[in-house]
Design a protein around this ligand. Structure first.
Ligand SMILES: NC(=O)c1ccc[n+]([C@@H]2O[C@H](COP(=O)([O-])OP(=O)(O)OC[C@H]3O[C@@H](n4cnc5c(N)ncnc54)[C@H](OP(=O)(O)O)[C@@H]3O)[C@@H](O)[C@H]2O)c1
Length: 255
């Protein structure tokens, strides 16, 4: 049996952040090995692995899907709090707990605009009340990701892409977030890339490297085009992780 004093166990290990934690040698369980919403799975896993802490990466991470997915509350809000009551838990939260004008500081008032943000905020409160730790991040991209930034090279190779231009984003390389997670401080930490760009600008950078600049169409206003409302400016401060310009090439190198 693993030694409780050393094992940090990742839940939701098959996702974007989970895969980057695995690449650093952190053991983890994919959904098929542990449904985080199952009380029986939680009891079995805690008895079997006796982890010193768990890094909770399981999620319904699609902001739009959370508006209608009946299972989203359980995985994003209820389950992390339930685990945190039984084991030290480090929770990956989101900049979407905020609305309005950023950059948002750790102690800025939260006011989520959509179901996803309300779920993440409820989880934060449950986890912190149980003594767990929280990191808020945003616009995470990397190997194995299904979101816009992660899939940019593949999308551009297939044809034109539409990308939002009117939104400030701080792209965050999943490998940098994973490293920080392994030494996450107590309380709430903000962790995003230190450079601000837009989805359209990011897409143009990758398109130029692939020789297909004309493939990017800039869409100025995302409001109304997406199922869930987005904060006008969801940037976080402090922004301490390496920025987009120093990391985006990893998307090309690793695919
Ligand atoms: N990616 C971003 O830009 C971003 C930004 C801010 C915060 N975050 C947060 O960062 C965390 C990790 O996100 P991510 O980008 O790595 O998401 P992801 O790639 O969608 O990974 C989430 C993983 O959780 C799994 N999962 C879903 N329901 C589960 C359940 N009931 N039991 C066990 N596993 C389950 C998913 O499995 P299936 O594939 O089978 O569904 C998937 O492998 C999430 O809390 C997310 O909210 C992400």
């Amino acid at each position: 049996m693993a030694d409780r004093s050393t094992t940090i166990l990742v839940l939701g290990a098959g996702g974007l952040v989970g895969r980057h934690l695995a690449a650093l040698g952190t053991p983890g369980l994919e959904r098929s090995a542990c449904d985080v919403c199952s009380d029986a799975d939680r009891a079995r896993v805690l008895a079997e692995y006796r982890p010193r802490a768990v890094i909770y990466c399981a999620a319904q991470a699609s902001v739009d899907a959370c508006e209608t997915d009946p299972g989203a509350w359980a995985v994003n809000a209820a389950a992390p709090a339930a685990w945190a009551r039984e084991v030290p838990l480090w929770y990956v939260s989101s900049n979407f707990v905020f609305s309005g004008a950023g950059p948002h500081a750790v102690d800025s008032p939260a006011a989520p605009l959509q179901a996803y943000g309300r779920q993440k905020l409820a989880a934060e409160r449950g986890v912190l009340a149980a003594g767990g730790r929280v990191v808020r991040t945003g616009w995470v991209y990397g190997v194995g990701g299904r979101n816009f930034l992660s899939t940019l090279p593949a999308q551009l190779r297939q044809g034109p892409v539409r990308a939002f231009g009117g939104m400030n984003i701080q792209p965050t390389w999943a490998g940098d977030l994973a490293k920080l997670l392994l030494t996450l401080p107590a309380g709430v930490t903000h962790a995003v890339g230190c450079e601000t760009t837009s989805f359209a600008e990011a897409a143009r950078t990758v398109a130029a490297a692939l020789g297909c600049q004309a493939a990017v169409t800039e869409v100025l206003n995302p409001q109304g085009l997406l199922a869930a409302a987005r904060p006008a400016d969801a940037r976080l401060e402090p922004a301490t992780l390496p920025g987009w310009s120093t990391r985006w090439r990893e998307l090309l190198a690793e695919r």
